[in-house]
Design a binder for this molecule. Structure first.
Ligand code: IMP
Length: 198
């Protein structure tokens, strides 16, 4: 990106998306930026340093929760100074819309055994906490040496469980956010910052 455009993007806190629904039917969606790419980059660096310190001298299996955590995990994995392995799980929660129903199942399991390993679950966002609590329980039963969780974003006001991640990037208010891996109906995962959809 040319320097001028980069500068404009940093100082103009909106992302506009123009949808073309056929002949002269356009919809313009404006999203307000909550966290700039630079804020996220800085915070991920700090989380990586904290995690590297806490797990010093050990190898950690990073378990990414698909799909939302794929960018966060990719950045975190490259910024920790300890050896890591990487694996992914995918979960589905029954129920419609943006609300998690609480009836969760694993639709893609790990390909690696967690038994005896230091495991860190990497999640994009904790909302009700039901997803992470479920996954934590399932992996704990497989006897890892240690099991911890990191979430880039946390919405504690929405919590329906007592689950608290060990590491949190940003605590945010009750807003639906997209970008940096997070989606709304599979859109916007590729935005570099975090944006609010009303
Ligand atoms: P929970 O089980 O309610 O904690 O939901 C966690 C999952 O819901 C996350 O992994 C996301 O996939 C999704 N989610 C919750 N809040 C948001 C949001 O604001 N934007 C995008 N996805 C979200």
């Amino acid at each position: 990106m040319a320097e001028g455009r980069e500068k404009t993007a940093r100082h103009f806190p909106y992302h506009f998306q123009l949808y073309n629904f056929g002949w002269k039917q356009y919809t313009l969606l404006a999203m307000k930026r909550l966290l700039a790419k630079e804020d996220v980059h800085r915070r991920v660096g700090r989380l990586a340093r904290e995690i590297s310190r806490d797990f010093a001298g050990r190898e950690v299996l990073l378990v990414g929760v698909l799909k939302g955590a794929f960018i966060f995990l990719a950045d975190l994995a490259r910024r920790v100074s300890i050896p890591v392995q990487v694996d992914f799980v995918r979960l589905a929660s029954y129920g419609a819309g943006r609300e998690s129903s609480g009836k969760i199942r694993i639709t893609k399991d790990l390909e690696t055994s967690v038994r005896g390993k230091d495991v860190l679950i990497v999640e994009d966002i904790v909302d009700t906490g039901l997803t992470l609590e479920y996954l934590f329980g399932r992996l704990k039963a497989r006897r890892p040496r240690t099991l911890k969780t990191v979430a880039l974003l946390d919405k504690p006001s929405r919590r329906k469980t007592r689950f608290r991640p060990d590491y949190v990037g940003f605590t945010i208010e009750d807003r639906f956010v997209v970008g940096y891996g997070l989606d709304c109906d599979e859109e916007y995962r590729n935005l570099s910052g975090i944006y609010v959809i009303e």
